[in-house]
Design a protein around this ligand. Sequence first.
Ligand code: MN
Length: 714
Amino acid sequence: MLRQYELVDRVLGYDPKADEALINRAYVYAMKQHGSQKRASGDPYFSHPIEVAGILTDLKLDTATIVTALLHDTIEDTGSTMDELTKLFGSQVAGLVDGVTKLTRIELTSERSKQAENFRKFLLAMSNDIRVLLVKLADRLHNMRTLHFISSAEKRQRIALETMEIYAPLAGRMGIQEIREELEDLAFKELNPEAREALIKRLNEFREASGDSVKKIAKEIQAKLEETGLSCEVLGREKRPYSMWRKMERRAISLEQLSDIFGFRVIVDDVPDCYTAVGVLHTNWRMVPGRFKDYISTPKANGYRSIHTTMIGPEKKRAEVQVRTRKMHEIAEYGIAAHWIYKEGPGADASGEFAATFHWLRQLIEMLEHGASPEEFLEHTKLQMYSDQVFCFSPKGLLITLPRGATPIDFAYAVHTDIGDTCVGCKINGRHMPLRTKLENGDEVEIIRSQAQRPSPAWEAFVATGKARSAIRRSIRATKQAEFSRLGRQILKGAFEAAGKDGSDTILERALGPLRKSDLDELMAAVGDGTLSAHQVLQTVYPAEQPKNGRKRPVRGNGKDGNDSAVRVTGRAAGLVISFAPEMFPLPGERIVGIMMPGEGITIYPIDAPALEEFDGETMRWIDATWDIDPEHPQTFPARLRVTAKNEVGSLGHIATLIADYGSNISNLSLAQRDMDFYDIQIDLDVRDLKHLTRIMSALNGLSCVNTVIRPRR
Ligand code: MN
């Protein structure tokens, strides 16, 4: 425990004008008030406020904050009153203690709504004085350091979880990385001790194998920089287990693959020296492309500034290096508290930099004033602290700001519409990842493109930005329009040939005026999407032409006769305007026909499907269709069989094995008992074509356990 004179000396060490007498009074008062109270550790209770004050001296905070730390539990845990504190220590300190007390009460109630209510009051109270929050964070840190003394596992878990969800991110948002990392690590120890132990063990082995290279590398870097006349300090450090764990989880990589277990900090005098130092580093060691980030010209939202780079450093080891000035270093370590030091006290918090840092807090307060429910508030608070934006980088280091929840598709469209439109895949931090992955702060995103790609309608479901959504819609509309137009051209060609008439473009242009179409593309698209029939066009150009009554169903589309006016079906995903009739399972090798669905395009049916009777009276909607499957790229198509099998042991197994032996995959199976002796199975399977299915059907028929095999028709 910190002694009275040690505490005072520490404060005087960074603030010679500190009110020594006030600190002494508060120290003695806290000891007296807490008296013989004990902590769970068995230590006298007053050791706690003194340790909290000690933590705050590391942040070099002013007398009022240190005194508040000493007194922070007196209202809640002893007989002290606001009046008494005001009389003894002044209204400023009393107000600060009151603020801390309000937050402390949150921890004492288990009801979430009550928590939120108190938290609300607290935030309102401290919004005028950030020092309350700093005391609270230090209080939480000391409580976390002594968490293992609490006997109730449930209570430990609750406190650890709250720390992970609220206090650690809060410290991060305030830029106090030291405290954030320690809070996270202490919470991690409680929440996932096995993972932490395993990580530490692996880390020790790793360290033993690589020797004490951190010191050696730091020395070599420092020597190179000093050769050029720079005065600098180089610090080497190892990441905390939790931050490594998070990285490993996020990127799904092993400890060995984690490039930045060891980090180095180069601290120089001023900003020009930062850039000089980076230049020297990159001259001597090869930089790792895409890892260079300049947070000096583009500071992070919490005010963090530094240049980051990764290089293949001394001893051929990847080294992550942060280059910064002394002031930037202090801000990175102490965050808001450092602003405090540089701005010299209260009243300075209206200045730009400081105000920007607190933008999120102001938003929170505003939301509170507009009456969110306590429950909702707590949710939002968590969200708010995790930030509502993500900052990502292109491999060239371009900074892209996106709303939280954004995906690589959003990223691609944010860079350029053309990049979004041709996006086929992505790498996040060097790893191939699905396009639906939600991006996180600091992710480096590389978009893989192909000029043959068009935006997929499926993208719309997971993009987060309006820009991406509208670009996807626009592109799909354009693609559909082009497909409709191509389809319309085929249909018109077939219709004019059948009538023995000239259907060249110059002839067709005559129909534009009467049919009120502005160009041929529009005319074709209208025919393609079924809003205009080919016969209407024919009659417009050749008014004498009468509709042929009793036109027969098209019969050609058998995929063999090369009928080039027929619509070509190239596969299961034959485009946006051609679809397969549900549960009809047409297969290559069998005759198919298209039915025009106005506004939607063409639906493909097997030509013997009974369901086609519905369209018997509408011969104009019938479209010749033919398979056009590239034999170099065989595809599979869904098919359905109904099998009646003998009810005996192993029969289903025989059937499934046989289907697998024929290289087909069963995608669905349903069973219906028929009677004691037989049962019906409906099997959905994937086959290459009709021949493939027929072979499977005859083989099934050959099984002794199979009675009948049919392809059900609708
Ligand atoms: Mn406390």
